[in-house]
Design a protein around this ligand. Structure first.
Ligand SMILES: NC(=O)c1ccc[n+]([C@@H]2O[C@H](COP(=O)([O-])OP(=O)(O)OC[C@H]3O[C@@H](n4cnc5c(N)ncnc54)[C@H](OP(=O)(O)O)[C@@H]3O)[C@@H](O)[C@H]2O)c1
Length: 253
């Protein structure tokens, strides 16, 4: 894909943080941008921003962890737009704390949003992508899939599961033109990080004292992945540090 003009791009977690920045970055290429969050109201600012940039856009509210809500959403999109060209599974959550202090319900909630959320979106979207033999899926995982730490059991385990699911699905899709990528944005200044840092104990356990990069940085790489879908990165864990991705994506010269 050389540009995203008129492509149907579904973006979850579009209301805030990396998702909102990704929406603004994608909007420059004038796709049909489908913004998702838990409520339509949460997307209001992002919707205004992307329309101001000039992209056709619509907003949807549903819970990615609920398969029936996801199925209903995908059916509606495919019926009205005919296809989904790009699916970006960005919505995510965290719950910090030692396993003994996190209730089973809280632990399960992280898995339901971070693992079952992308699974539900992919399960609902794949039939149409396979029928068209075309599609790009980008799952937002985390370097935390590889970096265990105290207080991180719920989040790290969910992102490791999502990464593994992405890499396995890549093999299932290898002979098709549906391409799947796992992307780790790196430490980014968003509500998720601010919430962790609002607790002194969690802040002291963090890898860095910095509040993280601007969401515009990973957003630019996500847009590049969606546009270029580089063949040699299919099924790979793509991250910005320690490689040439920032150069390839145009983030740095
Ligand atoms: N920030 C970082 O340093 C960092 C590092 C590595 C990976 N990541 C990953 O990057 C992604 C975005 O993170 P972020 O920091 O931008 O997060 P954020 O600012 O906390 O935003 C989370 C987004 O996910 C949506 N969301 C949460 N639960 C949902 C649910 N059940 N159904 C539908 N939407 C839901 C939220 O929608 P509402 O507004 O409706 O709540 C919001 O748009 C996440 O997958 C995160 O794990 C972030």
């Amino acid at each position: 894909m050389t540009n995203l003009k008129d492509k149907v791009v579904v973006l979850t977690g579009a209301s805030r943080g990396i998702g909102a920045a990704t929406a603004r970055s994608l909007a420059e290429e004038k796709p049909i941008l489908i913004l998702c969050a838990r409520t339509k109201a949460a997307n209001e600012k992002t919707l205004t921003d992307v329309k101001t940039i000039g992209a056709e856009s619509e907003s949807h509210g549903f819970d990615v962890s609920d398969p029936s809500q996801v199925n209903k959403f995908v059916e509606d999109i495919v019926q009205r737009h005919g296809r989904i060209d790009v699916l970006i599974n960005n919505a995510g959550t965290g719950k910090m704390g030692s396993v003994k202090d996190i209730t089973p319900r809280e632990f399960l909630n992280v898995q339901k949003i971070n693992v079952m959320g992308p699974y539900n979106m992919i399960y609902a979207s794949l039939p149409s992508m396979l029928t068209n033999d075309s599609g790009i899926i980008i799952n937002l995982t985390s370097a935390r899939a590889f970096i265990p730490d105290k207080f991180y059991a719920a989040y790290c385990s969910s992102k490791a599961a999502l990464l593994s699911m992405t890499q396995c699905l890549h093999f299932d899709l290898k002979k098709t033109n549906v391409k799947i990528f796992a992307f780790s944005p790196g430490f980014t200044d968003t509500d998720m990080v601010r919430e962790i840092y609002s607790n002194d104990e969690f802040r002291q356990a963090a890898l860095t004292d910095s509040n993280g990069q601007s969401p515009e940085r990973p957003a630019k790489v996500i847009s590049w992945l969606a546009r270029e879908a580089p063949e040699n990165l299919r099924g790979q864990h793509v991250q910005i540090q320690f490689n040439d991705i920032s150069l390839r994506s145009g983030l740095e010269n």
